[in-house]
Design a protein around this ligand. Structure first.
Ligand code: PRT
Ligand code: ZN
Length: 226
């Protein structure tokens, strides 16, 4: 940890799919904030629990570095960064504390509509475009497949039509985007949803009590939702 703080700090997405539901869930736990002008930091009013509004990809790193105590992020992002850290020999620094029941999607392999899917062996030697290279490599290794992972930062679903890849590995929720790109899902690598992430180690001092209280309230809020 970088400093001793008495207040708890939670990182959530600034804008995007998880931003509003994350706020709503935390508000239902009795949290409220005074919004600062730049809206990157929201000072907690009802409780000493502040929000940091960031890109979702930054959330695991902020927890790892002790800048934030907790975060609301897709399991897909958390796992990808965890696998990437393991691959590079960096110790695991964050973990999933609770599934939150929103932001559901799956990380899936999708092939051109005209492929007849016979199974993973069909992927041998193929080029697969993805924004989740670590999760994809882990799955390929588990299946014993050697394939060429093409890492892109976005617009993965158009890669096959551009000739950049033979197939893709991407998040799917309704499946509309795949269909619009003449692709079909054939295998699921990860079932995902928004999760509450925290450090791999336990909290200390004031923040341990705050985190415990928040988790208790969260469990209550999640129970009444389901
Ligand atoms: O700006 P920032 O980096 O914070 O946001 P972002 O653009 O990286 O993330 P954002 O807001 O798009 O997604 C945040 C999280 O929402 C993801 O990490 C997932 O955990 C979750 N989520 C749930 C999804 C989807 N559903 C989803 N459908 N994230 C992305 N998609 C994409 C999908 O890849 C496809 O390209 O949406 C497109 C439409 O999906 P279909 O199947 O409904 O057509
Ligand atoms: Zn992102």
């Amino acid at each position: 940890t970088v400093e001793t703080r008495d207040r708890l700090r939670i990182a959530i997405q600034k804008s995007g799919r998880l931003a509003d539901p994350a706020r709503a869930l935390l508000a239902s736990c009795g949290l409220s904030w005074r919004e600062s002008r730049d809206r990157l930091f929201c000072y907690g009013e009802a409780l000493p629990i502040d929000l940091l509004l960031v890109r979702d990809d930054d959330i695991p790193g902020l927890i790892a570095d002790g800048v934030c105590d907790l975060g609301v992020v897709g399991r897909n992002v958390l796992r990808e960064q965890d696998f990437e850290r393991r691959r590079s020999g960096t110790p695991t620094a964050f973990r999933e504390l609770r599934p939150l029941g929103f932001g559901a999607c799956r990380l899936a392999l999708a092939v051109p509509d005209d492929w007849t899917w016979t199974g993973p062996t069909q992927l041998e030697g193929r080029r697969i475009a993805t924004t989740y290279p670590a999760l994809l490599r882990d799955w390929l290794a588990g299946e014993g497949i050697q394939a060429d992972v093409v890492t892109l930062s976005g617009s993965v679903e158009i890669a096959p039509r551009l000739g950049q890849a033979d197939l893709i590995c991407d998040l799917v929720s309704s499946g509309v985007t795949l269909a619009a790109n003449q692709l079909k899902p054939v295998a699921t690598l990860l079932e995902s949803e928004a999760v509450l992430a925290g450090p791999a180690s336990e909290f200390e001092g004031e923040r341990a009590a705050l985190a415990e209280m928040l988790l208790r309230r969260l469990d209550g809020a999640l129970r009444t939702r389901h």
